[in-house]
Design a protein around this ligand. Structure first.
Ligand code: SF4
Ligand code: SF4
Length: 484
C-alpha cells in the first residue's frame, strides 16, 4: 500500500519527504515534550560528564570509568577491560544495538529518531537556544523576513556564538573519552605541547555539530539519514506510529460548525484545522496527510493537538501512537488491535537476550590470558646442514591480570622436537619460562627443530600451551610444523 493510498487528504503525486524549506517549529508543552526533555537531559548529562567519572582499577591502571586508550590499545568500561584480541565484544555490542533499533521500530516506529538520536537531541538543544534568544516561531519568522536592525544583528551574533559554544563543548567532551579527562582538560587549557591532535578533533566536532544541529537540522533526517528508508522496509501493520485518527478527525470544520452539526445529530470531525500540529513539527510534516518519511515520531504534534482538543472540549489523542490498520478498523466500527508481542518482537528480544547473555557469560568466565601463534611466512621452513628441519614462530602472550605472571611454554604434537625461545631462559628443570608484566603483552620468537620426522612429510599439527606456574591455568594456540 502506498503512502498516498491511506493519506486522508493526500495527493498521490505529493512527495513522501517534504521539499527543503526552512522550518520554524513552535514551542509546545505536554506529556511527550516532557519525556523528550527528560531523555535530552539524561543523554546530554551522560555525554558531557561521563569522562569525569572515576573507577579505581588499582595502581598503574587508568582510573577513568570509560576510556578508549588508543595508545595502549585498550577499552575500559567500568569493571570491564577489552583488549584488541577481544574486539568481537564490540561486534556483539553493535549487533545488540542494531537489534534494539529493530525492536524499537517493531514496537513503536522511529522512537529512536524522535527521542534518542544525537541529531534530534542536539537539534532540539539548538532550537531551544534559538528560541531563547530570538523568540518563538512567529517572532523568528517576522525577524527573518524583516530588515537587518541592530537588535537582529545582536541576536543573530549571540545565537551563533552560543551554538558554537555548545559545539565546542561537544567536541571537547568527545576527546576526553580518549585520555585521562582531568589531565587532558588541564593540558588543553594551558596549551601544553602534544595536544595538537586533540585540538584538531575538537575543531572537527565543533564544525560538524554546528553544521548538523544548527544549519542542516531536519534536513539531515530528511535527505541524508538512511534509517527512515531502512525502517520503512522493516515495519509492519502492528508497529505504532504517530497517526492522525482521521476516522475521528474528518470532516474538518470550525468549532462552531461542528457544534451545529452535532446539535442536529449529524457527524462532525474533531479536527478544527487549526494547523497547530504542523506548526510545532520540527520537520515541518503535516501528519494529517498520512505516514511520512519526514516524521521522526517525536510526538510533539500529539501535545499540540491535545492542547487544542482540551480548549474545544473534545477528548484528547486525535493524534496519537496508533496504527493505520486500527484507524481503518474503527472507521468500519471494528475494535482496534494492539499486538506489541508478536513473532518479530519476540525474535528480536530473544536475540538480544541470547547475544547479551552469551557476552556476559564469556566476559565473566574469560581466562584473563591470551596466546596467539604466528608461523614465519618467509621462509616457511629451513633445512639445516645436519639434516634437521626448523620452523620458526612468533608467539604473543597477553596477561590481562593486574599482577605479573610467570608461565611455562610447552608444545605438543612434535615428538622429539627441540624448542628454543629467543630471549626466554630455561629454569633449573629445563623448562622455557616467560615472565609477563601486569596488564602487559609479551612477544617471543620460537624455533622448533626436528631431526628425522615422518616419512610422508605431512604437516604436523602442533599445540602450543602457556601454563601459569602459580595456578596451573593454561591457554593454548594451534599451528603446524611444515616440511620443505
Ligand atoms: S509529525 Fe508529529 S511526530 Fe512526526 S515529526 Fe512532526 S511533530 Fe514529530
Ligand atoms: S492540531 Fe489537531 S485540531 Fe489542529 S489541525 Fe492538527 S489535528 Fe487538527
Amino acid at each position: 500500500m502506498s503512502t498516498a493510498e491511506f493519506a486522508p487528504d493526500g495527493d498521490e503525486h505529493e512527495p513522501i519527504v517534504a521539499p527543503p524549506h526552512k522550518v520554524y517549529p513552535k514551542k509546545v508543552l505536554g506529556e511527550f515534550r516532557r519525556i523528550k526533555w527528560g531523555i535530552q537531559l539524561f543523554t546530554l548529562t551522560v555525554y558531557y560528564l561521563l569522562p569525569f567519572v572515576r573507577w579505581d582499577r588499582g595502581p598503574n591502571e587508568p582510573s577513568q570509568a570509560v576510556l578508549l586508550d588508543l595508545q595502549h590499545r585498550r577499552f575500559y568500561f567500568f569493571f570491564i577491560e577489552i583488549w584488541p584480541q577481544e574486539v568481537y565484544y564490540a561486534t556483539g555490542l553493535l549487533i545488540i544495538a542494531a537489534l534494539t533499533l529493530f525492536l524499537m521500530n517493531a514496537v513503536a516506529g522511529r522512537i529512536w529518531c524522535g527521542y534518542m538520536c544525537p541529531q534530534t537531541v542536539w537539534t532540539d538543544l539548538y532550537i531551544m537556544t534559538e528560541r531563547w534568544i530570538e523568540g518563538d516561531a512567529r517572532d523568528r519568522i517576522r525577524k527573518d523576513a524583516g530588515p537587518w536592525t541592530a537588535q537582529k544583528i545582536r541576536e543573530k551574533l549571540t545565537k551563533h556564538f552560543l551554538w558554537l559554544l555548545i559545539a565546542w563543548w561537544t567536541g571537547g567532551a568527545w576527546v576526553l573519552y580518549f585520555a585521562d579527562a582531568p589531565t587532558l582538560v588541564y593540558k588543553l587549557a594551558t596549551f601544553a605541547p602534544g595536544c595538537g591532535e586533540a585540538y584538531m578533533w575538537i575543531g572537527i566536532f565543533t564544525f560538524t555539530t554546528y553544521v548538523f544541529a544548527g544549519v542542516m537540522r531536519e534536513g539531515l533526517c530528511l535527505h541524508m539519514c538512511p534509517w527512515p528508508r531502512i525502517q520503512a522496509s522493516l515495519t509492519d501493520e502492528y508497529a505504532l506510529n504517530v497517526t492522525y485518527r482521521y476516522d475521528r478527525g474528518e470532516p474538518r470544520q470550525s468549532v462552531k460548525q461542528a457544534a451545529a452539526l452535532r446539535a442536529k445529530g449529524l457527524p462532525a470531525g474533531d479536527c478544527v484545522d487549526c494547523g497547530q500540529c504542523v506548526a510545532v513539527c520540527p520537520t515541518g510534516v503535516d501528519i494529517r496527510k498520512g505516514a511520512s518519511l519526514g516524521c521522526i515520531q517525536c510526538g510533539l504534534c500529539i501535545d499540540a493537538c491535545d492542547g487544542v482538543m482540551e480548549k474545544v472540549g473534545r477528548p484528547p489523542r486525535l493524534i496519537g501512537y496508533d496504527t493505520e490498520m486500527n484507524v481503518k478498523r474503527r472507521a468500519c466500527g471494528q475494535p482496534a488491535i494492539y499486538k506489541p508481542i508478536r513473532a518479530r518482537t519476540v525474535l528480536y528480544a530473544a536475540l538480544i537476550a541470547g547475544i547479551g547473555g552469551f557476552m556476559i557469560f564469556t566476559l565473566a568466565t574469560r581466562a584473563n590470558l591470551h596466546l596467539s601463534v604466528l608461523h614465519d611466512r618467509n621462509p616457511l621452513t629451513v633445512k639445516l646442514s645436519d639434516g634437521g628441519v626448523r620452523n620458526a614462530y612468533t608467539i604473543h602472550v597477553a596477561n590481562m591480570n593486574p599482577e605479573p605472571r610467570r608461565f611455562v611454554l610447552e608444545v605438543a604434537g612434535a615428538a622429539g622436537a627441540q624448542m628454543e625461545a629467543v630471549g626466554a631462559p630455561r629454569d633449573a628443570e629445563g623448562r622455557i619460562v616467560l615472565d609477563v608484566g601486569a596488564d602487559q603483552t609479551r612477544e617471543a620468537r620460537i624455533l622448533l627443530t626436528i631431526h628425522g620426522g615422518p616419512a610422508d612429510r605431512k604437516p604436523l599439527p602442533l599445540e602450543f600451551s602457556m601454563r601459569e606456574i602459580e595456578t596451573g591455568r593454561s591457554v593454548t594456540a594451534r599451528d603446524a610444523f611444515l616440511w620443505p
